[in-house]
Design a protein. Structure first.
Length: 181
């Protein structure tokens, strides 16, 4: 696939990430309630140039290599305002990740975004299985996985921004996903 497409849901526009998103990400991302359950590779405290460095040095090169697909999350009612990000990765046991600004959490928006990128994973990218790691204590993410038919396949300890925590890996196959549609 040459380019990451824009995806649409009932309430959202998922626009491919671009370098111009750095300032908006820098404003929305560095909040404890956003980052605490993310991989410890995320620097904390978050540096002033963290979003720019991440986009320039990690996300955009991975997109260009065809290894990752990243979208900004925007409300259809306010398309210029970035409220979060969602990503797909071709890493073993780590295929989807996301974050949403605190004021937009708890409204079902991430369920919409996740459904759209999961469909992209299985249809456009023709993948057979989606695996998602998460901190066991990240109840919102865990509930999303449960609601969408994923199952817990592995537990271990993992390093998160909040420290060493129990880590779970959740999975759904393309066939299981298709049977739920």
């Amino acid at each position: 696939m040459d380019a990451v497409p824009t995806l649409y849901t009932e309430r959202l526009i998922l626009r491919p990430l671009e370098l111009a998103d750095a300032d908006a990400i820098q404003q929305q991302f560095p909040h404890w309630e956003v980052v605490r359950y993310l991989n410890a590779l995320v620097p904390w405290p978050y540096p002033a140039d963290g979003a720019l460095s991440y986009l320039r040095d990690n996300a955009l090169p991975a997109i260009a290599r065809g290894e990752e697909w990243h979208w900004s999350i925007r409300l259809k009612t306010a398309p210029e305002q970035l409220i979060g990000n969602i990503s797909l990765m071709s890493e073993p046991d780590n295929n989807r990740g996301f974050w949403l600004g605190p004021q937009w959490q708890g409204q079902g928006l991430m369920s919409e975004a996740s459904a759209a990128v999961t469909e992209y994973w299985f249809t456009a990218l023709d993948q057979r299985v989606l695996r998602v790691p998460k901190a066991a204590s990240n109840l919102g993410s865990r509930k999303l996985s449960e609601r969408t038919g994923m199952r817990l396949i592995h537990t271990e300890e993992g390093q998160f921004v909040a420290g060493l925590l129990p880590k779970e890996t959740w999975e759904i196959t393309r066939e299981e996903w298709q049977s739920r549609r």
